[in-house]
Design a protein around this ligand. Structure first.
Ligand SMILES: *Cc1c(COP(=O)(O)O)cnc(C)c1O
Length: 402
């Protein structure tokens, strides 16, 4: 009932739904059934077994495709299952190029699992187009992009990379941080979009999920084949939660963006904050690209307080609304210390190369009242400030510098 002619919010609410022929239920039912009664043996039916196809999963797959303005979507049981689904397009001997500062789980898959299947990965700074393609080899079959990246929010120019790519190189973009509301990689020339729907799309931190989305029937058929073979599918209830959550994506995302911008500006004004990373700030090195490529700047803000790792640690344990936890994209605000949490598995050298310093804090800004969020951060900065000042004063005494 909805197509590309309808606006994003209309698609979010209505796409994927079909009136239930048995009851006329307005809201998509949760079909728990694993198996489906056949009219006779060998009858061609749409549904026969829920690993292959389930009506509730079908609803969310149609909704996710509609959100990316795409033809095909396959839902998976987690974002990592979706990433694995997308790289199942590769074969032994193929080479993968990937954004350097990748989601930790994706980095682990590419470095510790894929090599055992004969697929090698080179990590590149995909914000540098010439350097990216200089790293391609005749065996390169895919470029894996994450933009904005985690946790430093670096961008890659999807359209420019798509225009300049060598033949036979597919472009896959992990669109989790932006969400389909803010960025449409397929329209910019990418072949495949991957989501951890666990984050903004579901939006309530209560269902894991992932999706692989494309406009190419051959790619879609291969992904669906993998989905059925491997069986990393979301259950009907999680499919329903994702479907339900995604209906309010535009409302939530607008609130995330609005609050994150206010917080980034607040942090940038504080003299006890050394650096703020947010693509919506004119001080972000790729602000112009962000404004061109995205229709909003997202809900994640990273920053480095003055006072070093100890103060960052103290801030992360002092906030009352911002919860100390990994993950992002839910309605609730979270704070994390990437070097000790999401990126703890990287070596010191790898973290240093990516600028993930021990004092870097990442905020997933929720949709609470902005005055409360700024008040919470302001209090945490104030109570940790004197300790940092004392330590700096001590250090000056010890070193004899005044
Ligand atoms: C969380 C995340 C993933 C993995 O998703 P899960 O649902 O946790 O498996 C992949 N990419 C990005 C950018 C993420 O933030």
């Amino acid at each position: 009932m909805t197509g590309a002619t309808h606006g994003f919010a209309t698609r979010a609410v209505w796409s994927g739904r079909e009136r239930c022929p048995a009851t006329n239920a307005t809201i998509a039912p949760i079909y728990q059934s694993v198996t489906y009664t056949l009219p006779h043996a060998g009858a061609p039916v749409e549904f026969d077994y829920s690993r292959t196809k389930n009506p509730t999963r079908n609803f969310v797959e149609r909704q996710l495709a509609a959100l990316e303005d795409a033809e095909f979507a396959c839902a998976f049981g987690s974002g990592m299952a979706a990433v694995t689904g997308a790289v199942s397009l590769l074969s032994s001997g193929d080479h993968l190029l990937a954004t350097r500062d990748l989601y930790g789980g994706t980095h682990r898959l590419f470095t510790q699992v894929l090599p055992r299947y004969g697929i090698t990965t080179t990590f590149v700074d995909t914000s540098d187009i010439a350097a990216t393609w200089a790293t391609a080899t005749p065996r390169t079959r895919m470029l894996w992009l994450e933009t904005p990246s985690n946790p430093r929010l670096r961008l890659a120019d999807i359209a420019a990379l798509a225009r300049t790519r060598p033949r036979d190189v597919l472009i896959a973009a992990d669109n989790t941080f932006a969400s389909p509301l803010l960025q449409r990689p397929l329209a910019l020339g990418a072949d495949i979009v991957v989501h951890s729907t666990t984050k903004y799309i579901c939006g309530h931190s209560d269902a894991l999920g992932g999706a692989v989305i494309s406009n190419d029937p051959e790619i879609a058929a291969q992904i669906a084949f993998h989905q059925n073979c491997v069986g990393a599918v979301p259950g009907p209830f999680d499919s329903y939660l994702t479907l339900r959550g995604a209906k309010t994506l535009p409302l939530r995302m607008e609130a995330h963006c609005r609050n994150a911008k206010r917080i980034a500006e607040f942090l940038e004004r504080r003299d006890d904050v050394a650096e703020v990373c947010y693509p919506g700030l004119p001080s972000h090195p790729q602000h112009e690209l962000a404004a061109r490529q995205m229709s909003g700047f997202g809900g994640v803000v990273s920053f480095r307080p003055r006072g070093g790792a100890e103060r960052a640690h103290a801030i992360a344990s002092s906030t009352r609304i911002f919860n100390l936890a990994v993950s992002l994209g839910g309605v609730e605000s979270l704070i994390c210390l990437p070097a000790r949490m999401t990126h703890a598995s990287l070596s010191d050298a790898e973290r240093a190369e990516l600028g993930i310093t021990d004092d870097l804090l990442r905020l997933s800004v929720g949709i609470e009242d902005i005055e409360d969020l700024i008040g919470d951060l302001s209090d945490a900065l104030d109570v940790t400030r004197s300790a940092a000042d004392d330590r700096e004063a001590c250090a000056r005494l010890v070193t004899g510098v005044s």
